[in-house]
Design a protein around this ligand. Structure first.
Ligand code: AMP
Length: 218
């Protein structure tokens, strides 16, 4: 059983790689951003509150986020690990996680800002199954329809140039110190650089798996 956190700026490929890692490791993916987007669809008072932060590119308050995390981790069957995508984003969230689970390794994706902006502006997601596409380098076979399930593809409301810039700013300010936090705790790091926009997800995932094997975690 292995518990991992995948770190990287918005658009660094966390969601894409996490869902592919799930096919190779005995893990569930917990993506707080996906959970929040689901909550926003429902139109409940809590969903509306979440939306008021997400749409501005701001972090959802820790009390709501922690509750969502706890509920998701509680659903994972015994003996199965997890990959956290999008959590923790603050030191308080990391400390709260320490109380719940032991983290075996950090996967850190290092991607230049220009690639992030290019990728996010052309990212499309299936409304039905959540599969992630990119109109430049990970194109759906048929325009705006999911290859996997035939669902319609949409662009996230926070994937606009202004909100993207804000999200990168928030990431750098609030999330980078987390890397220091885990380094100080001597949690092993798997750092993967992606310097070419055309590098396929498979190449990155194979690299991550190779490095996890080196740590005897895969
Ligand atoms: P993501 O899909 O991970 O890029 O997350 C999309 C948005 O959801 C973020 O910009 C935040 O507004 C919110 N969000 C996701 N995860 C967290 C978290 N751990 N703490 C606070 N806000 C979060």
């Amino acid at each position: 059983m292995v518990n991992l956190i995948i770190f990287g700026a918005p658009g660094s490929g966390k969601g894409t790689y996490a869902s592919r890692l799930k096919e190779h490791l005995n893990v569930e993916v917990v993506a707080t951003g996906d959970i929040f987007r689901d909550m926003m669809k429902g139109g409940s008072p809590l969903g509306e509150k979440v939306k008021s932060y997400v749409e501005k590119g701001l972090l959802v308050p820790d009390d709501i986020t922690l509750e969502v995390l706890k509920r998701s981790l509680a659903k994972i069957p015994n003996g199965k690990g997890f990959v956290l995508d999008g959590y923790p984003r603050t030191i308080e969230q990391a400390k709260a996680l320490d109380e719940i689970a032991k983290i075996d390794a950090i996967i850190h994706l290092v991607v230049p800002v220009w690639i992030i902006i290019e990728r996010l502006s052309s990212r499309r997601i299936c409304k039905n199954c959540g599969a992630i596409y990119n109109l430049l380098f990970l194109k759906p076979k048929s325009n705006m329809v999911c290859d996997r399930c035939g669902g319609p593809l949409y662009q996230r409301s926070d994937d606009t140039p202004e909100v993207i810039k804000k999200r990168i700013e928030v990431y750098e300010k609030q999330t980078q110190p987390l890397l220091e936090y885990y380094k100080e705790k001597r949690v092993p790091f798997v750092e993967v650089k992606c310097e070419k926009i055309e590098t396929t997800p498979d190449i990155i995932v194979q690299e991550i798996l190779k490095r996890l094997k080196g740590l005897r975690l895969a």
